[in-house]
Write a protein that binds this ligand. Structure first.
Ligand code: M6R
Length: 616
């Protein structure tokens, strides 16, 4: 949520900062700002709106200097206004600061500062932090980076909450300072230049050598080098990581939107989620990252899967997968509920947290709560350098490549693929025969080709999507493995097209939802040819009997019954029912995408949303 980029070196800072912000725009896009050090003063430009608005403003009114900080905002405290946009200043106007996170006790700190005569120009918590640091620095007799770091330590000692920050000060040309607690910050090492960013994708075009800051660390950067220390005043060890992400990975290529690019990447991402993890010889999955022996895995009596949004829906599919293949009682919990709920968990409960970004605040809190209670807690993450990846006791990386579109797509299918591998592994050390294991492996290996076929349906799905694009409400239903897909399909549609959509288990229709059925309200029914196909067919009849249009997702070669009753039918390749969610969810991603495009919505940057929700 929100993006930070900082630069110190010999090049013009503004173009580098703007380019970095453009790469981070998916993290927040209400307003944006840049501050640079120019001839002993801090120059600033801020705009409400997108990075492009800021770029245009800077083209008209350029900003020089080779040290600077910048920010793209997703509002938490205070409305979307130029005053609330970052950077914020201290009382002297010499210190500029950008911030991701939330200062929880900002109101009392602000009141105290106001009593001392400080005046504030915004409603943000960030401005309070800028004043605190500036006040402490102005009490120092020295104007050195060391003195600013001491002032920062003093200020950070007074705040409660989370922060990833970058600071410049007019009295310290060529110095950039960063600190983190709970909000990611990465330091980039260049030749005669250094970078700070909240996400490595902002700086990957300039350097591949990075240092991920840990919580409570402070970094001081200049063109020549950098030092790290802790908020408590101790030295800090670090290691330099080589990032394997390329500029291409974080670009759109020839696609009009990241979302479409990422939908089409799923042949590769699902393949990569399985790569090297399937053993024909042992008819099972090999997941060394779990850091658990088969003997330890056998002692697991119960599993809890936790995540938010799309990751939660993947977890719901996981519940069906683990229970059916491994017969282990499994439960899904929204991370936001898990963290505050006192869920009774026996000592043999294994917890998995799922998160594409690995930085979602609620999921991280669920991980910490689970670990605090002494449970082994494993992560299923895409971002290998994320806090969740680092703090979990082990896990499985998704290897899906960067997901930039705000609507999660490939991360869902990668998570479901990995949960299938986990279910297979747990099943094979319990009741699943080796022939069943071999069959599942063969079916998994056939999946990428089947995904390819689903992607080829895009023109057909787009045509159908256009016909329904002007609906006000849409209902999604499915059963068993595809009930979570109905929820996910509804989430995809509402977040990018703003059509009210809800997903529910098909049989729930009769218990209330049917009241919404009318000729203007289409129902999307996920009805592949599985064990519950005829049950779904009855639900379709119920909708049709009340004049509701039905778009069905069925199975190739077995779609006749659907064609007879439904208005539109989309057929996926014939796959075993445990793997259908991967195929049906892709159909719904394409469907939602084309509806949003038809409505002229900003697909990659839907209103009010941000890619990774790092605040509670
Ligand atoms: O990075 P995470 O997987 O933890 O993100 C969880 C949700 O915020 C995310 O899936 C969100 O619901 C997406 N916008 C859905 O498309």
């Amino acid at each position: 949520m929100c993006g930070i980029v900082g630069y110190v070196g010999s090049a013009e800072a503004a173009p580098i900062l703007l380019e970095g912000l453009r790469r981070l725009e998916y993290r927040g896009y209400d307003s944006a700002g840049v501050a640079t050090l120019e001839e002993g003063i801090v120059s600033v430009r801020k705009e409400v709106g997108r990075i492009d608005d800021l770029r245009k403003a800077i083209a008209i009114n350029p900003i020089g200097g080779s040290t600077g900080i910048s920010h793209t905002r997703w509002a938490t405290h205070g409305k979307v206004t130029r005053e609330n946009a970052h950077p914020h200043f201290d009382r002297s106007g010499k210190l500029a600061l950008v911030h991701n996170g939330v200062i929880e006790n900002y109101a009392s700190l602000r009141a105290q500062l106001e009593e001392e005569g400080h005046q504030f120009h915004s409603q943000t918590d960030t401005e309070v932090l800028a004043h605190l640091v500036g006040r402490a620095f102005d009490r120092c007799s020295e104007r050195t980076p060391g003195a600013l770091v001491s002032a920062l330590r003093e200020a950070l000692g007074q705040v409660a909450g989370t922060y990833g920050i970058a600071i410049v000060h007019a009295d310290l040309p060529g110095v950039l300072i960063g600190a983190r607690r709970g909000s990611p910050l990465v330091l980039g090492i260049g030749k005669g230049e250094h970078f700070l960013a909240s996400d490595v994708s902002a700086i990957v075009g300039y350097t591949r050598d990075v240092v991920y800051l840990n919580d409570y660390e402070i970094a001081v950067l200049s063109d020549e080098g950098f030092t790290l220390s802790t908020v408590q005043g101790n030295g800090a060890d670090y290691s330099v990581t080589k990032v394997d992400m390329t500029e291409e990975d974080v670009g759109k290529g020839d696609y009009p939107h990241y979302m479409l690019k990422e939908i089409h990447e799923q042949v590769r991402s699902v393949t990569d989620a399985m790569r090297g993890r399937l053993s024909h010889e042992e008819a099972t999955a090999k997941l060394g990252g779990l850091n658990m022996s088969n003997a330890e895995l056998r002692t697991i009596e119960r599993i809890v899967l936790s995540g938010c949004g799309t990751a939660f829906h993947a977890a719901m599919v996981g519940e069906y997968l683990i229970e059916s293949l491994a017969q282990i009682p499994t439960e899904c919990e929204y991370a936001s509920e898990f963290r505050y709920r006192n869920l009774p968990m026996t000592k043999d409960t294994l917890v998995f947290v799922l998160s594409q970004s690995g930085e979602t605040a609620d999921t991280l809190a669920a991980l910490r709560e689970s670990k605090r209670k002494g449970h082994r807690t494993l992560g299923i993450c895409n971002n290998v350098a994320s806090t969740i990846a680092r703090e979990s006791d082990g896990g499985v990386y998704m290897h899906a490549g960067p997901e930039i579109g705000v609507a999660a797509t490939k991360s869902f299918t990668s998570q479901v693929t990995i949960l299938t591998l986990i279910a297979l592994l747990l099943g094979r050390i319990r009741n699943l025969s080796s022939s069943a294991g071999t069959r599942i492996i063969t079916e998994l290996e056939a999946l990428p080709a089947q995904i390819e076929k689903v992607l080829q349906l895009e023109p057909e799905i787009a045509k159908i999507a256009k016909r329904y694009a002007h609906s006000k409400v849409m209902l999604f239903m499915g059963r068993q493995f595809n009930y979570p897909v109905a929820m996910e399909g509804a989430l995809k549609l509402k977040e990018i097209s703003y059509i009210a959509a809800m997903g529910y288990p098909s049989a729930e229709l009769k218990h209330g939802v049917i009241a919404l059925v009318n000729p203007e309200t289409p129902s999307v029914v996920i009805a592949p040819h599985d064990a519950v196909f005829h049950k779904n067919l009855s639900n379709i009849e119920e909708v049709k009997a009340r004049g509701g249009p039905v778009i069905a997702i069925g199975t190739e070669g077995k779609g006749k019954e659907l064609s007879l009753v439904c208005d539109d039918v989309i057929l996926i390749p014939d796959a075993p029912e445990i793997l259908t969610p991967i195929l049906t969810s892709i159909v719904l991603q394409i469907f939602a995408y084309h509806i949003a495009v038809e409505l002229g919505c900003d697909v990659d940057k839907p209103r009010n949303l941000a890619k990774s929700v790092t605040v509670e």
